[in-house]
Unconditional design. Structure first.
Length: 500
């Protein structure tokens, strides 16, 4: 963006998105006693979060007024106005259409929290009306819309901040600092897996879907350039699962993940990306995938970045940043404040030794932020590895399964949730806390493959095929042969998976 204040500068100097917008707008106000006038377009669930953010920001930046709200649905508009009045003690002006709100010459800045497909056009409308803007991600979900919004900001020179989550979070800044300082060597890969179990973004009993009436809104205006179709209350509120109005996972969670990858690496667009996915768990009305995975490469940084999400299984959320000298590991989903660092004790192959730190057994160390209590171990409580939420206060009621830290409930250390679920872990699932193993923390974090003694190895041989005839053995025709170094054992029935 060609302007003096870059997007990253905005993020770096802010504690919250709403506070950032207020702080930047001070430079445009003449006189120390003037108050910034803020309006809001879109008054749904996300907009409620914006209003709460502004209320929190008012403690340190109180010189603003929540001047107006705008929503084409009359019910949402009234809810938004009521909420503003309860938070700030004064009822805002109410508008149905954005052009009427933007005609207010005393308005300084606007928050946008509409449907994904509406962001780009409303954003362009706001900056061309001479207002600064905070807009929820994504900026757009088509290339044409993205260029349209970009050109409008360049032409007007207004301040724009996109709401990409976690870039103001102190733990993410600490992780980037560690990477910048070379504390884990050269980064070679970043892997994120953020998951959920449930038909995300679809509720057949959604109250708003049942409540809305076409005469109470403007359906054509809601479509905002998309192909015309009959009024659809489900698409109106659950737009994230319909491909004409959102990319679903890519517009939502992946945009947060990739934004953090760019942030950690101080880079931007990857050189190439491959992706795949589909509807594998929830065959309801959705059109967008419930399972998604992609891999990108950053040639200049020489880093491989992978991201995956499924809504069919909630196990194993993590972020792993691998460097030649160490690993940064975060168990938990998006925004998890749990971060651990594990050094690489040595590197080499046979006589080609790169380094050897002679550390012996290495232990993961928690990443801490000054003034903020970080993850800590509990001597009296450990966690069964098959159940990552046991022993930690992980909330499943919110947008993410995000772990938080309280004095009474410490976060689990990373070795309490190894990536491989062993048979022992399966046996102890749901039982009382287990005794701490004598294995090193390194093996708890990255368990080695299980080894078997020669006496336990069982070999299976295929019967000879007839000359020139191809045949497929049945499970029963696979003959078990016990190793010569062990006594014969009872023959086990083979599962059907051996059948071709």
């Amino acid at each position: 963006m060609e302007q003096d204040i870059s997007r990253r500068d905005v993020i770096r100097n802010s504690g919250a998105a709403a506070l950032t917008l207020s702080a930047l707008s001070y430079s445009r106000v003449l006189g120390a006693n003037d108050r910034i006038q803020i309006g809001q377009i879109g008054c749904g669930h996300r907009a409620e979060g914006h209003r709460k953010m502004l209320k929190a920001a008012s403690k340190s930046a109180p010189k603003f007024d929540f001047r107006s709200v705008c929503d084409i649905w009359s019910v949402n508009r009234k809810r938004g106005a009521d909420h503003v009045a309860s938070l700030f003690g004064e009822r805002p002006k109410e508008y149905q259409y954005s052009e009427d709100l933007l005609a207010d010459r005393d308005l300084d800045a606007v928050l946008i929290a509409t449907g994904d497909h509406q962001h780009a056009r409303i954003l362009a409308e706001v900056v061309r009306a001479g207002k600064d803007c905070y807009c929820e991600k994504p900026m757009a979900n088509t290339l044409d819309d993205a260029k349209f919004a970009r050109d409008a900001v360049r032409e007007t020179g207004r301040v724009l901040q996109m709401g990409s989550q976690w870039l103001s979070d102190p733990y993410q800044h600490r992780v980037r600092e560690i990477i910048r300082n070379g504390e884990i060597g050269k980064v070679v890969s970043i892997s994120q897996s953020w998951n959920y179990n449930g038909p995300r973004w679809h509720d057949p009993k959604e109250a708003n879907v049942a409540a809305i009436r076409e005469q109470d809104t403007d359906w054509k205006r809601w479509l905002l350039g998309r192909e015309e179709r009959p009024f659809d209350p489900q698409a109106y509120f659950e737009f994230r699962i319909f491909k004409d109005f959102s990319g679903g996972i890519t517009d939502q969670w992946y945009s947060h993940g990739s934004g953090l990858a760019h942030f950690y690496l101080d880079t931007f667009i990857p050189d190439d990306t491959v992706a795949n996915g589909g509807i594998f768990a929830w065959h309801d009305v959705r059109q967008n995938p419930d399972t998604f995975q992609c891999v990108s490469t950053f040639q200049e940084k020489e880093v491989l970045y992978s991201y995956s999400t499924t809504f069919g299984n909630a196990y194993g959320d993590h972020t792993i940043i691998r460097g030649t000298r160490g690993t940064l590991y975060s168990p938990g989903g998006e925004g998890s404040p749990q971060w651990w660092r594990l050094p690489e004790p040595k590197s080499g192959w046979r006589t080609n030794q790169v380094f050897d730190l002679h550390l012996g057994k290495v232990k993961p160390e928690p990443i801490t932020v000054p003034g903020i209590e970080g993850p800590r171990r509990s001597a009296s409580r450990t966690t069964c590895p098959i159940t990552p939420t046991t022993g930690s206060n992980v909330s499943s009621a919110g947008r993410r399964r995000t772990a938080t830290s309280t004095p009474d409930t410490p976060m689990p250390s990373p070795w309490s949730w190894p990536p491989v679920a062993t048979a022992k872990a399966r046996r102890c699932a749901g039982t009382a806390p287990r005794k701490r193993s004598s294995r090193s923390e390194e093996h708890r974090l990255f368990p080695a493959p299980k080894r078997y003694s020669a006496s336990r190895v069982r070999r299976y041989t295929l019967p000879p095929l007839s000359a020139g005839v191809a045949s497929t053995p049945s499970p029963r025709s696979l003959t078990p042969r016990t190793s010569h170094c062990a006594p014969a054992r009872k023959t086990l029935a083979l599962p059907s998976v051996f059948a071709m």
